[in-house]
Design a binder for this molecule. Sequence first.
Ligand SMILES: NC(=O)c1ccc[n+]([C@@H]2O[C@H](COP(=O)([O-])OP(=O)(O)OC[C@H]3O[C@@H](n4cnc5c(N)ncnc54)[C@H](O)[C@@H]3O)[C@@H](O)[C@H]2O)c1
Length: 366
Amino acid sequence: MIVGVPKEIKTAENRVAMTPAGVSAFVDNHHEVLVERNAGVGSGISDQAYVEAGAKICDDVKEMWRRADMIIKVKEPLEAEFPLMREGQVIFTYLHLAADRHLTESLMKKKVVGIAYETIQLDDGSLPLLAPMSEVAGRLSIQMGAYCLEAKNGGGGVLLPGVSGVPPAKIVIIGAGIAGASACSVAVGIGARVSILDINFGRLRYIHDIMQGHVSTLMSNPANVEEQVAYADLVIGAVLIPGAKAPKLVTREMLRRMRPGSALVDIAVDQGGCCETTRPTTHTNPTYVEEGVVHYCVANMPGAVPRTSTYALTNATLLYGLELANKGWERAVADNHVLKKGVNVAYGKVMHHGVADAFGLKCESC
Ligand SMILES: NC(=O)c1ccc[n+]([C@@H]2O[C@H](COP(=O)([O-])OP(=O)(O)OC[C@H]3O[C@@H](n4cnc5c(N)ncnc54)[C@H](O)[C@@H]3O)[C@@H](O)[C@H]2O)c1
């Protein structure tokens, strides 16, 4: 199979869908890999590194899309890429079609096979190609929280680990899933006092066990959230109700009771955020202050650390991509029901119930 790896064209997207190690794996499996010139530069990967791994560098992106049987990307195709697609071509990337009718209709019109990272689902309900990005966002949230607390950024001038004779900061994490647990491990590692809340007792028990009691675990209810937030230097929002908007657990009133110059990093902003005052921000202008609290609400946090994010993402996507290339998409999804859940559209038909439900369309089965 010929596999194409284009340079991402979405604003400020510096990740790339394949690393040189991924190229080697495809080449070892007798596939040809075409990488667009400079595709990896934003992630610190040179064209030379791809060439040494066995890829061919393409200057002409149109030619690459024309030749490739499968395009592996990071973000959903944008308008400029629609004319480049061709019937039967597999597009393996984040698609988020249920939120985008125009993209869905465009992929259907072009009769491509759209396989979405975010709907590949294991039997326990977890999403293995979304998890690495939650891990990145969770770990990064403490770094960004530290930035918000610096005086020059509007914060109260608190150093998270404290120093001898001055206690460490108090960090409250709401949600103990992938992002929350990742935030927790960094928060504990940096020496902060950490509380974490969830409605899932199993997650709290897990955190309690792995952190060996260095974290206070609490059931999430309005009284506990209110009490914890009031004394927090940094609040991390990391809740998720799959398929729904995030619940507003932190109210404006709660923020008013925090010490001015405290900080809130709402990772759940991509689902609307779990704080009443959350509104999406960007990497170029990531923070704003409301009720005296510095808010960081960037919806694509992994974009701040593209090199780590590229490696984390491609670690997770590689085996699925190889399976698609080795077997062809139809046999690959027939053999692997986890991968099958990734098929969103194929040859003009909607193949995923979530996408069909979103637009009142008929769902065909693979
Ligand atoms: N901003 C970004 O760049 C970025 C990146 C990755 C993920 N995210 C977002 O981060 C959020 C968390 O993702 P995840 O992968 O950790 O999800 P997850 O499903 O692993 O964890 C979510 C946790 O929230 C808990 N929860 C649900 N309702 C709650 C409540 N009322 N109180 C406390 N906890 C509650 C769940 O029990 C679960 O443990 C999602 O909204 C996701 O979209 C954002």
